[in-house]
Write a protein that binds this ligand. Structure first.
Ligand code: GRG
Length: 295
């Protein structure tokens, strides 16, 4: 199968599995499931689960076995988007071309929907048993998930971001911020996929290095799209970084330099995969396609 078709296939598998977790309309608290479903099934790229499945495919082809983890990382990502859009954070009204969760429902419901998605990520991974995956691997993977989304990872990055609003960050500081805010759960996606499918320590390290560089390249591209992207394709207004006086790669170095930096990080990501030979070609393809993404 061609890699783009394989990635489409991963996206479909994830989409179907995700919808199984949030269908609940016969219980008194059904509104919370409606709010969770609204954001979880609103058409994201499913990048993090795709990275997880693609990384796992290097070591084991029983990808069905790790689907609860692939869904869990998407639940964590979705919760972060719902909370990031809240008035207390970015105060955004549009996400993926639709009203944000607190606009569609209300602020309290959006807070609860984010919280519930985060909890569900840990519900479905800690109750998971699979005859092909030893329990120690599951425990390690859950630890990686929780640490990467918490104060040492994504939430830590968000905190630095908020604290930096009135400051000008250096390139080093900005990259550190994004290694946590955007990078931490992208790194966790690859690392969890590798751990669950039996990669050894060196192999996990190589996947981690790939994801670190991919995560930064992805964020720089995100900053570029906020300037040159199409609102229709992105499903949200462009120019918001400049309007909110955000520290971005564009404000630091301009578009041309930022584009070169995307290439540099992408090359670094790909070179981390050398030890896997052709088995990692899907990850090479993914990194290259993300440099050209328009949303
Ligand atoms: C509020 C706990 C908390 C954390 C917020 C990750 C994050 C931290 C906020 C999200 C906002 C943002 C712009 C993050 C940078 C990472 C990024 C580019 C997210 C968008 O990810 P995509 O492009 O989104 O994968 P889709 O819609 O495709 O899922």
């Amino acid at each position: 199968m061609r890699f783009d078709a394989e990635i489409k296939d991963f996206q479909n598998i994830i989409e179907n599995k995700l919808s199984e977790y949030v269908k609940e309309d016969l219980i008194p608290q059904k509104r919370i499931f409606e709010a969770m479903e609204y954001s979880l099934l609103s058409g994201g790229k499913r990048l993090r689960p795709v990275i997880m499945l693609a990384a796992a495919s290097i070591f084991d082809d029983r990808l069905q076995d790790i689907l609860p983890f692939a869904c869990a990382i998407e639940m964590i990502h979705t919760y972060s988007l719902i909370h990031d859009d809240l008035p207390a954070m970015d105060n955004d009204v549009l996400r993926r071309g639709k009203p944000t969760n607190h606009i569609k429902f209300d602020e309290a419901t959006a807070i609860l929907a984010g919280d519930a998605l985060l909890n569900m990520a840990f519900e479905i991974t800690t109750e998971y048993k699979c005859e092909n995956i030893p329990p120690e691997r599951i425990l390690k993977a859950v630890n990686v998930l929780s640490k990467s989304s918490g104060a040492y990872g994504m939430i830590g990055g968000q905190m630095i971001d908020i604290e930096s609003e009135e400051k000008s960050l250096s390139l080093e500081e900005l990259t550190h911020l994004h290694l946590l805010k955007t990078g931490a759960i992208i790194i966790a996606s690859g690392v969890v996929g590798a751990i669950l499918s039996g990669a050894d320590e060196n192999e996990v390290e190589a996947i981690k290095e790939y994801c670190k560089n991919l995560g930064i390249a992805f964020q720089i591209r995100d900053d570029i799209l906020d300037v040159v992207g199409s609102e229709e394709v992105l499903g949200k207004p462009i120019g918001s970084d400049m309007e909110n006086k955000k520290n971005t790669y564009i404000s630091l170095m301009g578009i041309d330099e930022a584009e070169l930096l995307v290439e540099e990080y992408t090359k670094k990501a790909i070179s981390s995969l050398l030890i896997f030979g052709k088995k990692a070609d899907i990850l090479v393809f993914l990194a290259e396609s993300l440099t050209k993404r328009d949303h």
